[in-house]
Design a protein around this ligand. Structure first.
Ligand code: PLP
Length: 433
């Protein structure tokens, strides 16, 4: 059937039709089986066809599909929020759910803004974000991100509110012989300079991914970076927002990525993707006691209005609740850690043209050692797909592909994934000779 839908520019000539899926595999209408080596875009953490969310969706749809949050809350939404707070080491006291990561990021930014309005500091309107970041596709989240290719058509976006400092990418950007500590100090100084340039009392929030995802390919924050940044935010009265839409919900081996990075919790956090694992479209925002109390105490003056039609959606919440309970009850994070180590080791042995294998848990990236101007990642990703495995092509800021398989993957399947990747790299390199 000819496609009537359009999605995005793609490195495939045309999209095959995904027809069915089971475990770590997706089957096309022509019968081709593709190993989902990146869970789509780090979404399908439970793999495909898992009975728990499917049954939860059916049960909830039969009980009550939707009741608008202007009038009601519902059990799965409340239970999901409780579960999320329980997994957060006391960092957050309230949660709410939305439909997409972009909405969650924008809501986080708005909550930070409202926090300052409630505090009597309405002049705090700016956010300091980072270059090479992706935070979503809506106007605000696109403005917070910094992907030239995605932005250029829509410039100037909301440019007066969003300001960008350097990315944190020690293995790529450090000066020769610069220690990690010195590198971090340099970046923190750049933030300090940006606060000064903007006027510290005009900054509402600092927004970043603790582990950079799609743009750079699973780059964890350098040691000490998050703690120093939090100190700086406290010093200048700005709120710290983490975008864990891609790196969160167990992807790096702990429930939140920051729990693997010195336990530095943000004031507000956006989550998505692995929350519903693709079974439903659902994202979320988590907020700390300080943020919640400030908003609550000013409720008469500044009501908290989050009015997306599908927020707190009962079926979406039921699916997410089942996904999260499965992650916890089946102890899948220990598989993420174990299989993450196996994947890293196999990738290190996979090809001689490696610059770096980086990442945490089942969030791993191969950066190729190619000549500047002759990248191969796009061809490798394309060839992998032809050969039966989907791997994620990072942005053109790096020559890299990312692996983020479902948390249920086993060693045999990792071997299959890496073998397809290894052969695909070989084929691409031979063709280029
Ligand atoms: N933030 C990050 C880090 C992401 O990777 C993405 C999506 O890729 C988003 C936000 C936006 O999420 P969504 O595509 O669900 O709107």
């Amino acid at each position: 059937m000819a496609a009537s839908s359009i999605f995005q520019r793609s490195f495939f000539k045309s999209y095959p039709t995904a027809k069915s899926a089971d475990g770590v595999y997706i089957q096309t209408s022509s019968g081709r089986k593709v190993l989902d080596g990146s869970s789509g875009a780090a979404v399908s953490c439970l793999g495909h066809g898992h009975p728990a969310p499917i049954q939860a969706i059916i049960d909830q749809a039969q009980r009550m599909a939707f009741a608008h949050t202007s009038f009601f809350t519902n059990d799965p939404t409340e239970e999901l929020a409780s579960l999320l707070l329980e997994q957060s080491d006391g960092a957050f006291v309230k949660a709410f759910s939305l439909s997409s990561g972009s909405e969650a990021v924008e809501s986080s930014i708005k909550i930070a803004r409202q926090f300052h309005v409630c505090k009597g500091q309405p002049q705090r309107v700016k956010s300091i974000c980072r270059k090479s970041a992706y935070h979503g596709n809506t106007l605000g989240s696109l403005s917070a991100g910094y992907s030239p290719a995605r932005r250029e058509t829509f410039e100037p976006l909301l440019s007066s509110a969003f300001h960008h400092v350097s990315r944190c990418f020690y293995s790529s950007d450090a000066n020769e012989n610069e220690s990690e500590e010195a590198y971090v100090s340099r970046l923190i100084q750049e933030y300090e300079n940006e606060f000064t340039r903007l006027g510290p009392d005009t900054v509402a929030s600092v927004l970043l991914e603790p582990v950079s995802g799609a743009t750079l390919g699973s780059v964890p924050a350098a040691a000490g970076y998050l703690a120093k940044l939090k100190e700086l935010c406290v010093k200048h009265g700005a709120l710290l927002i983490f975008d864990e839409v891609m790196c969160g919900i167990g992807r790096v081996g702990t429930y939140h990525a920051w729990q693997s990075l010195g336990n530095v919790a943000p004031d507000i956090q956006a989550i998505g993707k692995g929350l519903g694992a693709g079974y439903q479209a659902i994202s979320g925002v988590l907020m700390s006691q300080r943020v919640y109390e400030t908003l609550k105490n000013a409720e008469g003056q500044h009501p908290f209005v989050s009015g997306h039609t599908y927020q707190g959606h009962a079926i979406a919440s039921a699916a997410a609740l089942a996904v999260q309970r499965t992650i916890i009850d089946d102890n899948l994070l220990s598989n993420v850690q174990k299989m993450g180590d196996v994947l890293t080791q196999k990738l290190l042995e996979s090809t001689p043209i490696l610059k770096e294998v980086r990442g945490m848990g089942l969030f791993q990236t191969v950066d190729f050692a190619t000549q500047p101007g002759s990248p191969i990642a796009s061809k490798v990703a394309s060839r992998c797909f032809e050969n039966g495995a989907a791997v994620y092509l990072c942005s053109s800021a790096v020559d890299a592909v990312m692996f983020a398989p479902p948390f249920i993957i086993n060693e045999v399947q990792i071997n299959e994934l890496v073998e397809i990747f290894t052969n695909s790299v070989k084929q691409v390199v031979e063709e280029q000779r």
